[in-house]
Design a protein around this ligand. Structure first.
Ligand SMILES: *Cc1c(COP(=O)(O)O)cnc(C)c1O
Length: 350
C-alpha cells in the first residue's frame, strides 16, 4: 500500500493526495490504511463513523467525507473533529447553515459535471458557491467533481475531455483548491491532477482499467490464500458440486478448496475462473458454494491435500479473477468477509 501510494504521487507530483479509505479501506482495514498512508496528505472516505474512528486512532491530518453529511449529527461531528465535508446538494448547505456550533467547516463543493450522480449542475454551481461563501459556518470552499469515464476516455456517453471541460468552464475564475482525480485520472490524465487527487483502487494494487496493475507498477496489497482440503477422482460423466454445473469429460482429479462465497469469493464465477495451486494456474469447476470451491488438478499431479491455493493477489491479479467472474477488483476486495483470517506479511511498521 505504501509502494502504491508512491506510484500515485509520482503520477501527480504537484498534487496533494487524499488516500481513499472508504469501505474499510477497500477491505484492507482502517488501521492498516492509517499506518500505510501516514505519508499522505489526508484520508477520504464515506462513513462518518469511520472518520470519527480515524480521529480516535490518532490521525491528525485532514479527513474528507466524500458524500458529506447525511444528518445534523454528522455536521456536528465534522465541526468538532475538524473533518472536511463534500457538499453536493441544497439540503446539505441548509444543514450547515442551521448547525448549532460556531466551528467553521472546510467544504468541497461538488459539481455534477456530467456523471449525473452527485453534485450541482454547472448552471447552479456558482449560486451554491456564493451561498456557502456567505455562510459564517464555512471556512474554505474547495471545488470538486468526479469523472464517469477516466478509465475509458473516449466513451461516447460522456467523453472524459468533455466532462473536464464542463468543470473547468463552470469554475473559471472561482477561488479555491481543485479536487478532481480518482485513480484512473491520476494514472492516465495529468491535466486532471490539480491541487488534490483522490486515488482509491490503485493504492490497493487494483487497476481502474485500460491497462493491468502490473503495467502501472502497482503491487497487490491483498492475497487471498487457502488450501486443498480434499481430493476426489471423478469418472467421465461425473458431475461436480451443487446443480451439477460441471460434468467431467475425462477422468479428473478435483481439488476442494476451503474458500467460498461466505469468504467473499464470487458465487457467480464460471468454470475456468483462474486460481493458482502451488503456484500453477488452473481453473475452478462447478458452482462456488458457501465454504468451498472446486478446482481442476488433473494436469497438476503434484498438487494434493494441503497444497496452497491463491484465489487472487500475488501471481494472480485480482482484476483478472474479477473479469472472469463478470465483476471488478473493487467488488472482490470490498466483499472480503470478516471470517477470513488476516495475516500481515512484509515489513509493516508498528
Ligand atoms: C471511491 C472514490 C474515489 C476513488 O476512486 P478509485 O476509482 O477507487 O480510485 C474518488 N473519489 C470519490 C468521490 C470516490 O467516491
Amino acid at each position: 500500500m505504501r509502494h502504491n501510494l508512491e506510484v500515485a504521487r509520482a503520477h501527480a507530483p504537484r498534487s496533494r493526495t487524499w488516500c481513499v479509505v472508504k469501505a474499510n479501506a477497500y477491505g484492507h482495514s482502517l488501521v492498516r490504511a492509517l499506518r500505510a498512508f501516514d505519508q499522505s496528505d489526508g484520508l477520504a472516505l464515506i462513513e462518518p463513523e469511520a472518520a470519527q474512528q480515524l480521529r480516535e486512532l490518532g490521525w491528525v491530518k485532514p479527513i474528507l467525507l466524500l458524500e458529506g453529511c447525511f444528518d445534523m449529527d454528522d455536521v456536528v461531528l465534522a465541526q468538532t473533529r475538524n473533518i472536511q465535508v463534500a457538499v453536493h446538494c441544497r439540503e446539505q448547505i441548509e444543514m450547515i447553515e442551521r448547525s448549532p456550533l460556531a466551528e467553521p467547516l472546510d467544504v468541497h463543493l461538488k459539481m455534477n459535471s456530467g456523471m449525473n450522480r452527485l453534485g450541482f449542475v454547472p448552471a447552479e454551481y456558482r449560486q451554491a458557491h456564493a451561498r456557502l461563501q456567505a455562510c459564517a459556518k464555512v471556512r474554505s470552499i474547495a471545488l470538486m467533481t468526479h469523472f464517469a469515464n477516466a478509465d475509458d476516455p473516449a466513451n461516447p456517453g460522456m467523453p472524459f475531455a468533455h466532462q473536464l471541460r464542463n468543470f473547468l468552464d463552470a469554475t473559471d475564475g472561482l477561488p479555491g483548491a481543485r479536487n478532481l482525480a480518482n485513480s484512473a485520472a491520476d494514472l492516465l490524465h495529468p491535466q486532471a491532477c490539480a491541487d488534490w487527487v483522490r486515488p482509491g483502487i490503485m493504492l490497493y494494487g487494483g487497476t481502474p482499467g485500460m491497462h493491468s496493475a502490473e503495467y502501472f507498477g502497482l503491487r497487490p496489497a491483498m492475497t487471498l490464500r487457502s488450501q486443498i482440503i480434499s481430493v476426489q477422482t471423478v469418472a467421465p460423466g461425473g458431475a461436480v458440486g451443487y446443480g451439477s454445473r460441471f460434468v467431467a469429460k475425462e477422468t479428473m482429479r478435483i481439488g476442494v478448496v476451503a474458500c467460498g462465497y461466505a469468504d467473499g469469493y464470487p458465487r457467480h464465477a464460471p468454470d475456468g475462473t483462474p486460481v493458482l495451486v502451488n503456484g500453477a494456474r488452473t481453473g475452478i469447476v462447478g458452482r462456488v458454494s458457501m465454504d468451498m470451491l472446486m478446482v481442476d488438478l488433473t494436469r497438476l499431479p503434484d498438487a494434493g491435500m494441503g497444497s496452497e491455493v491463491v484465489l487472487w493477489g500475488d501471481g494472480l491479479p485480482i482484476d483478472e479473477v474479477a473479469a472472469a467472474a463478470g465483476t471488478i477488483g473493487y467488488e472482490l476486495m470490498c466483499a472480503l468477509a470478516p471470517r477470513v483470517r488476516v495475516v500481515e506479511t512484509g515489513n509493516a511498521p508498528i
